[in-house]
Design a protein around this ligand. Sequence first.
Ligand SMILES: C[S@@+](CC[C@H](N)C(=O)[O-])C[C@H]1O[C@@H](n2cnc3c(N)ncnc32)[C@H](O)[C@@H]1O
Length: 452
Amino acid sequence: MEKNTREVVLSILLDIEKNHTFSNTALGTALRANQFMSKQDRAYITRMVEGVTEKRMRLDYIVNQFSKTKINKCKPLIRCVLRMGTYEIFYMDSVQDHTACNLCVKLAADHGFGSLRGFVNGVLRNIARNKDSIVFPDQEKDKRAYYSVMYSVPEELLEILERDYDYETIDRILASGDSDRPTAIRVNTEKISVTAFSEKLRQNGITVERGSMNDTSLLISGYDYIRKVPGFFDGEFVVQDQSSCLAVKAAGINEGDLVVDVCAAPGGKTMYAAMLTGSEGHVISRDLTDKKTELIEENIERLGLSNVTVQVHDAREFDEELTGKADVVIADLPCSGLGIMGRKNDIKYHVSMESVKELAQLQREILDTVCRYVKPGGTLVYSTCTIDSIENDENAVWFADTHDFSLCGIDDVVPEHGGERGFVTLHQGIDECDGFFISKFRADSNNQIGQE
Ligand SMILES: C[S@@+](CC[C@H](N)C(=O)[O-])C[C@H]1O[C@@H](n2cnc3c(N)ncnc32)[C@H](O)[C@@H]1O
């Protein structure tokens, strides 16, 4: 391992700690800046940053048992160093405990904290000596405290989940964050068949499984980084979860349709919709900022799609031009992201009941606006990548009750999930996909009339 690898980890963790940068952004920036490091060093950096972020509350709980100064009272640098050392002691078999301690002491000293050598050394050696006898909260006496520490999730998030799920289900959902799940991709069957593409990946040493929920999805692992996967620059695949593909399938898009995708970046659903409408159809693909729409543009260029118009547009602003024009509106709305908290490790630290309610309200505002683009008899799909009923079920029922739309069954696309009601929630750790919500509505013949 190169000697500055730990420095890179520390600088990323500090960026997250001090600037509240999202871990995937901080990690992505650092990996791009260190492209020429070996695959092994890049893997170590990724594992450490993702692991420390994912297990942060649990690591802090352990440190607090062995340190007189509580971790939130330590300087940010010392806090990050103690988390790194504790993570290595518990989760990195490749690093011996005494090596982890020594390197953390050195890291602190190299950054001007020579006077805290003894402190860092003492805490980490104590943790290493006692690692098999840590006392965690009692699962029976205080479930919330137990799950909060064991899965490193704030108690407020558990409170939100408790409204909809029992602890057996919560356990399965949270446990899915611990496993290295393969990456789901959708094969661009306009360019290559699923069988031929699978074979091509296998020949390049990549592990490939067929997705069981969507026929053009593959689950891949054992690659270095996604841009190096064969076929990436030829647009032969897109990274897209099976649940996201199902949302597009549920829309029932036909060749020649006009589709409006109102919150589209980075463009996963837009690209699939554009394939389904064919060259006679068209997709209007929108998002809030230039930075976001650039991501869509990059993707459609890579896939060679010519039937997509990308626009910066705030979905809360009504666009009169589109009134009653769309065969399909895709409203894949901003949400709390609880369905992907295992993949985006810091989401869980930012969720509160207040933010969930605010997002649910934002979703209502957007639905209220964009539903007017659907032509009579046309379709609206409202989806999110979250799993709480405040944002999902309650909004779907509210929408059907207050607009000239009817819920339509989606059990043909998502069987065995109660889809005949018109909406389903899929769960990470239970279903072979991210946590996700899909609902589908048909516009009645008087849509738009009553809502001018
Ligand atoms: C769940 S993501 C969309 C994922 C996308 N549909 C896909 O499949 O790749 C939600 C998107 O909504 C965008 N967004 C948030 N508020 C918005 C608004 N008021 N108007 C338009 N887009 C918005 C965010 O920038 C984000 O890209």
